[in-house]
Write a protein that binds this ligand. Structure first.
Ligand code: GLA
Length: 515
């Protein structure tokens, strides 16, 4: 349980400085969602401790909990930073804020507001006007946000699933909040008719925004977009496919719908009864209710709840790679874990994520995979050459292959990229090794992935011009004389007894198997 108690002596502020000490609150009216449910409005709470013209404190709501540091009061103007305990490697990011105090009214906003507020409907960054609700300067976790303490952490055994990287589709990248029952049925149909199922894609995964309120017994319900989850799961199963769902360990999902906090067993049971085969469990608001050292247990709790249903359910961790998740993701029952923030449908975003994968290969293997996020292939923000690189590299990485486009209306090029069976065979290779960057020379890179038989080699050209690239097999530790070299995109054998030399187009990737 997080039980932060700040009890301070209330020192009088300096003469002329604003009176800031106390508890401040902002709450926007509840939002009527388009999906027949009411969502809580944006909330902010501050508890400030003032000493002279300096102050510290806490900022919290249902989705976050941050320390206030470096607070300074100058007249009625205040400046401070919010320090996040969370982030990669546990290092907390600090964000600067500024505000003005007028009696019992405090207006605060980002000192340097961003140009846009990103994607995913996470609410704006505009300034908020808070009211002083008391002179209290101690903070105690509200009772409905408390949880039972976790016992000492003990690793959970593997569930035996995902012996090769999971393959399927996820609704978020293309549909975001617009996913509904019909779209999921259509996608299942298209997965079969397009040849995706034959190529190995299996899971049809519903991401955020399916959730409705909890009923009087605390059971999670769906919103109007999903009238009957069991019937939907039955439909997807009738196509010979599997179906996935989404929640998180916090009180709210990233899109501010109810998540599984303090309802873990109940939700796992509900999903199993509905017939789900895959869960993506997204951290989001959980920073507001857990300490960093509780993250493993918070994930393991759901893994155990899923196991207790006796239904085989793939468990996908989504916590953006924080706290070196690769080191413990498998021990909490994860079959895959995100390694970064969200992908965008852009070449720079895809490469940025690729660059965060080297070094993580030691954590991947049958049953537990690094997840560089879902595919953007076919969503329109990259060229077909760039999408071929996206597919090539995700296959080299032994990444989960979750298409993120509208399968109902794919171009031939998109379909050809997503269903390239030779590229997929590299991804799904039984050895389950994640590929590594063997060599980087400016904009050109050579990657290799050991296979059960042979090696896959990728020549990636990130540069703006065609590049002549060359690699000697011996330099990659490939000792076989006159190996059989096969290009997985042209589907042709290549004459390359000792080395491979090729013109690789700008933003293109050549992938060969060497056997
Ligand atoms: C987070 C995740 C995304 C998606 C959204 C849904 O941003 O990282 O993949 O699930 O939440 O709200």
């Amino acid at each position: 349980m997080r039980n932060l108690v700040l009890s301070f002596s209330l020192l009088a502020p300096l003469l002329g400085a604003a009176d800031l000490a106390g508890t401040w609150h902002f709450e926007a009216p509840p939002q009527q969602g388009p999906n027949g449910q009411t969502r809580p409005g944006r909330q902010a709470n501050y508890v400030f401790k003032v000493e002279g013209n300096r102050f510290t404190g806490v900022s919290f709501n249902a989705t976050s909990h941050q320390d206030v540091i470096d607070g300074a009061i100058e007249g009625d103007t205040i400046t401070f930073k919010l320090k996040n305990e969370w982030g990669n490697g546990g290092k907390g990011a600090e964000t600067e804020y500024k505000g003005t105090v007028k009696g019992d009214e405090l207006t605060v906003g980002l000192a340097n507001p961003p140009q846009n507020n990103g994607r995913g409907g996470r609410g704006g960054f505009g300034p908020l006007t808070l009211k002083r609700i008391s002179n209290e300067t101690s903070y105690i976790m509200p009772p409905d946000l408390e949880h039972k303490p976790f016992g000492a952490f003990k690793p959970i055994k593997p569930n035996g699933l995902a012996l090769t990287p999971p393959m399927g589709w996820n609704s978020w990248n293309k549909f975001a909040g617009r996913v509904d029952d019909k779209a999921v049925r259509d996608i299942a149909d298209a997965m079969v008719s397009s040849g995706m199922k034959d190529a190995g894609y299996q899971y049809v995964n519903i991401d955020d925004t399916w959730e409705g309120p909890r009923d009087k017994d605390g059971n999670i319900t769906t919103n109007q977009k999903f009238p009957d989850m069991k019937a939907l799961a039955d439909y997807v199963h009738s196509k010979g496919l599997k179906i996935g769902i989404y929640s998180g360990p916090g009180p709210l999902t990233c899109a501010q719908y109810p998540a599984s906090y303090n309802h873990e067993e109940q939700d796992a049971k509900t999903w199993a009864e509905w017939g789900f085969d895959y869960l993506k469990y997204d951290w989001c608001s959980a920073s507001g209710v857990f300490h960093p050292d509780e993250m493993k247990s918070a994930y393991e709790k759901m893994a155990a709840a899923l196991r207790a249903t006796k239904r085989p359910i793939i468990f996908s961790l989504c916590q953006y790679g924080w706290l070196e998740v690769g080191e413990w993701g498998a021990s909490v029952g994860g079959n895959l874990w995100r390694t970064t923030g969200d992908i965008r449908d852009a070449w720079t975003s895809m490469l940025g994520i690729l660059d965060q994968q080297p070094g993580r290969e030691k954590f991947a293997g049958p049953g537990h995979w690094n997840d560089p996020d879902m595919l953007e292939i076919g969503n329109g923000g990259m060229t077909d050459t760039e999408y071929r690189t996206h597919m090539s590299m995700w296959c080299m990485l032994a990444a989960p292959l979750l298409a993120g486009n509208d399968l109902r209306s794919m171009s031939d090029a998109t379909k050809e990229i997503l269903t390239n069976k030779e590229a997929i065979a590299i991804n799904q290779d039984k050895k389950g090794e994640q590929g590594v960057r063997a060599n980087k020379n400016g904009d050109t890179e050579v990657w290799k992935k050991p296979l059960a038989a042979g090696t896959a080699v990728a020549l990636l050209n990130r540069g703006g011009d065609t590049a002549r690239m060359s690699v000697k097999w011996a330099d990659l530790g490939i000792t076989k004389k006159n190996p059989k070299v096969h290009d997985v995109w042209t589907h042709k054998d290549v004459e390359a007894p000792e080395q491979l030399t090729a013109q690789v187009p700008s933003h293109g990737t050549l992938v060969v198997t060497v056997r």
